[in-house]
Structure formats: structure tokens, C-alpha cells
Design a protein around this ligand. Structure first.
Ligand SMILES: [Zn+2]
Length: 289
């Protein structure tokens, strides 16, 4: 990952100090301090934003009563609990135990607080919690991840463990703008929204997995699991919210608006015909006592 120029960029901004965030997300010690500061700044900026262009449909898509930055921040915080660094060794810190009882999925209530965008050939972020949950579910084992904060049982996709990918601070940005520009903040926030949806769902739509892209799709996406089969899935809500951000942005430059338009087109192109709405309530396995 390229980190050249970070100190220069960081010194240009005020208030980029890792002193907590409004979503209550915990950062594992594997996240470099500069990345944590940027993401916390993104979240705290989001909490102050208003989205006058948001419609009732946008709010309904996420299940938020009134769409504004504070509500969206809370929504993300219910689905993303811990962020781990790109270099965190997930497989080396995963422990499994055979379940004493058979797999019996239950539903959490929708508001119960219990959380990749896959860019062009580059991973932006990964919802590791959802990935491990699917493995636990398929194998009928209890999965635990040993992070700096201790052992966490992955008993629901809402466990909300998200890993930073190599593209979060490099590929996704608007390139000519500072890494902490408003547009780049909104791009990263849209990724957090995408990952948040992978913390939702039950039954066949648990964790809202991506669909396989059609063989005719260009850009390296042919047959890759980077498309969208759900009208309220990760790419669908990322498309909707990026439109809201684009149309509500105060302080976005022309190049940022152009970049956001490109992102909207990209995310929208992932939607497959026959896509359906799915219940977002998260399921859960029995917790080991
Ligand atoms: Zn995804």
C-alpha cells in the first residue's frame, strides 16, 4: 500500500486526530494511526451532514426514519463494530469449536444493535465478520476471531468486523484531490454503507452476498462475484446513497462530482436483472456461554 505523502496531506487538515468517532466503532491496533484518523474524521464529518436531496425511498432502503448524517452514522455503528487493518492475519487468528447444539438460526429484531466494496481488481474493504459467519453456519462450528480487543464470537453477521483493503485509500479516491477531501470522505463513507449491508440478512440472503457478474461484463468483472442480485443489497444502497451524497454535497469540486458520477454508474451497472428485495433482519447462531 502506498503511504507516500500521507504526512504532507495530514498536515494540511485540522482536527484529524484519532480521538473517537460518533459511530462508536473500535479500531484494532492493526489499523495504522493515519488510517484510523482519516476514517474517524470521515465518520465524524458524516454525523454533521444534512442530505436535503434524500427521498423517502432512500431512507426506506436503509430502514432509517429520517435520513441525515446523525441517523446514518448510528445505522453504520449498528453494523460495523470493529475495523481491522489490512495486515491483520484473519486465518491465523480464527479459532473454531464444534457446536454442542445443531445450527438453529434465529432472527434479531431489526434495530437490535449487535456489522468490499470490490473496486476494479482491488479490494476496498471486506466484511470479515460476515465471511466468517457464513463459514460457521456452513460447518456448524463456533467461530472466534482473536483481535487486540479479545476473542469475539462470530455468531451473527452483525458482529460487524470489517477489514481494510488495499484500495480504500488508493483506488477509490478522486486521485487529484487530497485524501481527506469531502468527496473522498463521502466515497469512503459509501464503502462503510456497502459493508454495513453485508452485516444484515437471513436465510438465502444472509450477509447479502454478491452475485456473479455475467460473462459479457467488461472491466475484469466477468464471472467475478462483484455484482448485485438484491434491490436493497450492498451495491444497490451504495448507488442510492452515492446519488444522495452527490446531489447534497456542499464543497465538492467539479472533479469530485465527476468522480462520484462515475462511481454511481459503476455501482448501478452491477445490478442484475431479476434482482429482488430481501428481509434485512440479521440471523444468529447460538452463542457459546
Ligand atoms: Zn460487498
Amino acid at each position: 500500500m502506498k503511504r507516500v505523502g500521507w504526512l504532507v496531506l495530514l498536515s494540511m487538515s485540522v482536527g484529524l486526530v484519532g480521538c473517537g468517532n460518533n459511530a462508536g466503532i473500535i479500531f484494532d491496533s492493526s489499523v495504522p494511526a493515519q488510517q484510523q484518523a482519516l476514517l474517524e474524521n470521515d465518520i465524524n464529518r458524516l454525523a454533521q451532514m444534512k442530505f436535503p436531496s434524500a427521498t423517502a425511498n432512500d431512507a426506506a432502503l436503509l430502514g432509517i426514519a429520517n435520513m441525515d448524517g446523525a441517523a446514518l452514522t448510528k445505522w453504520i455503528g449498528e453494523r460495523i463494530r470493529v475495523i481491522i487493518g489490512e495486515d491483520f492475519n484473519v486465518s491465523g487468528n480464527t479459532y473454531t469449536f464444534s457446536n454442542p447444539t445443531p445450527f438453529t438460526p434465529v432472527l434479531f429484531s431489526e434495530l437490535s444493535p449487535v456489522s468490499a466494496a470490490d473496486g476494479e481488481l482491488s479490494t476496498i474493504m471486506v466484511n470479515i465478520g460476515a465471511d466468517l459467519y457464513l463459514k460457521a453456519r456452513a460447518s456448524n462450528k463456533s467461530y472466534f476471531l482473536d483481535m487486540g480487543i479479545g476473542f469475539t464470537q462470530v455468531y451473527t453477521p452483525r458482529v460487524g468486523i470489517i477489514q481494510i483493503g488495499e484500495g480504500l485509500f488508493t483506488v477509490q479516491g478522486y486521485r487529484t484531490d487530497p485524501i481527506d477531501s469531502v468527496g473522498n470522505t463521502l466515497a469512503r463513507v459509501s464503502t462503510l454503507i456497502h459493508e454495513s449491508r453485508h452485516s444484515d440478512g437471513n436465510g438465502v440472503a444472509v450477509a447479502f452476498p454478491h452475485a456473479s457478474c455475467p460473462s459479457w461484463m467488461g472491466g475484469g468483472f466477468a464471472n467475478q462475484p462483484a455484482c448485485e442480485g438484491y434491490l436493497n443489497g450492498p451495491y444497490s444502497i451504495q448507488t442510492a446513497m452515492m446519488k444522495v451524497f452527490r446531489n447534497s454535497c456542499v464543497g465538492c469540486s467539479q472533479s469530485e462530482l465527476y468522480g462520484m458520477d462515475k462511481s454511481i454508474s459503476d455501482y448501478a451497472s452491477r445490478l442484475q436483472s431479476g434482482a429482488t428485495f430481501q428481509d434485512i433482519r440479521p440471523e444468529a447462531l447460538a452463542e457459546l456461554q
